[in-house]
Design a protein around this ligand. Structure first.
Ligand SMILES: *Cc1c(COP(=O)(O)O)cnc(C)c1O
Length: 398
């Protein structure tokens, strides 16, 4: 018999705030009713603010982030088109695999898991592509498997510096709404996210923001598509309607979650994620463990992938945390299985929750045989969380 709360510290699905859950508890409604469009039109407008785009077209497909990848590819590219991407974690690996399955000619750059997208190497390959054979560049903004954030502005610069015309696709599934994401400033053509991460909703929506250039490309792109056809979606979305039954409950939840994000202020949300993540990282370092991310400039503010020492199976840490302490930690994916556990720190989260994650992880690590000093990670994170207070106190004392 388990008592108390079960803590969710995986990088998606994330915790759904109580107010958002309540907002979804509404009777079924007619998705063709004259007033149905009101809610959805307001969502499109606010999603544009979330992606930081004025000119992009936002779409929501029933599905998940993976479905949004497929929508982005099939609407804007042609069979056999060459695309350039880096593989540096499980999500970029899956995206490359999808691109291959859909019949694209994928030029993959394999870099170590734990590093980011190699913008310099992208620049070299784009520069060498004098005939513009590369039609799109795919970048995973935040590799959720490794806890690495890549520099999208640097990839934009690589495209600009080489006068290259390729479309820029960005997977923002674990970054949009919790990290700095600037669709227009970075010249992103297809930005992809899902409902169950930064947006603090259940899974069920694949969300896209599409630039004017990508909308133009969709008019002549010949890849086969049916359910994910942009043209059908855009036509009905113009008045807030959908070409098929949308998950209306999620829209009511999203209205509430966007209200919460903008009431806090998007910049404050981003700053909070950075502050909470800094505390988690301080805790990991206090344990004497290291992150998969190879350099501080790559550290993700939404997920930390933590290496356990040789001889320890990270799956034991995760199992003990779950079975004995009602806490879900993220697992190591693919080649990182058993070597890594992850703490997801995104969405509806605060200091106390992060300290819970660290304290449970400490107990689970100790029981799995890792020589951590109990309390050390928690104390390091507490010091980070108290920094602004300590500063204020010092100023007041002067
Ligand atoms: C979660 C995630 C996905 C997959 O999204 P689903 O909603 O599970 O289909 C893709 N990319 C990244 C970076 C993710 O974190």
């Amino acid at each position: 018999m388990k008592t108390g709360l079960t803590h969710l510290f995986i990088p998606g699905p994330t915790n759904v705030p109580e107010q958002v859950r309540q907002a979804m508890n509404v009777p079924m409604q007619d998705m063709r009713a004259p007033d149905f469009g009101q809610v959805t039109m307001s969502l499109f407008a606010d999603l544009k603010r979330l992606f930081r785009t004025k000119t992009g077209q936002v779409m929501m497909f029933p599905g998940s982030g993976t479905g949004a990848w497929e929508a982005a590819i099939t609407n804007t590219l042609n069979p056999g088109d060459k695309v350039l991407m880096a593989r540096h974690g499980q999500f970029s690996t899956l995206w490359a695999e999808m691109a291959e399955r859909l019949g694209l000619d994928v030029e993959v750059i394999d870099v170590p898991w734990g590093t980011g997208c190699p913008a310099g190497e992208f620049a070299r390959r784009l520069d060498a592509d004098r005939e513009d054979k590369i039609k799109a560049v795919f970048v995973t903004h935040n590799e959720t498997a490794t806890g690495v954030t890549s520099d999208i502005a640097a990839v934009r610069k690589a495209l600009d510096d080489t006068y290259h015309n390729a479309l820029l696709f960005v997977d923002g599934v674990s970054s949009v709404g919790s990290m700095d994401f600037r669709m227009d400033d970075w010249g992103v053509d297809l930005a992809v996210t899902g409902s169950q991460k930064g947006l603090m909703l259940p899974a069920g929506l694949g969300i896209l923001a599409v630039s004017e250039k990508a909308m133009d490309a969709s008019k002549s792109a010949t890849m086969r598509r049916a359910y994910f056809e942009f043209a059908d979606m855009v036509k009905l979305n113009a008045d807030g309607y959908f070409p098929y039954t949308p998950p209306t409950q999620l829209f009511h939840g999203m209205r509430k979650s966007l209200d919460r994000i903008f009431a806090e202020g998007l910049d404050n949300v981003i700053a909070r994620h950075h502050r909470l993540a800094s505390g988690v990282r301080a805790g990991v370092h206090a344990w004497g463990l290291s992150l998969v991310a190879e350099h501080p400039s790559l550290y993700s503010d939404t997920v930390s992938a933590i290496r356990v020492p040789d001889g320890t199976d990270a799956r034991d840490v995760i199992r003990i945390a779950y079975e004995d302490y009602c806490t879900s930690l993220g697992s190591g994916l693919a080649r990182l299985a058993g070597k890594v556990f992850r703490i997801g720190h995104l969405g509806d989260l605060n200091e106390g929750m992060c300290l819970t994650a660290l304290s449970v992880a400490e107990m689970a690590l100790a029981r799995a045989g890792v020589p951590v000093e109990l309390g050390s990670g928690v104390a390091a994170a507490q010091a980070v969380y108290l920094e602004p207070v300590a500063r204020d106190m010092a100023v007041a004392a002067e």
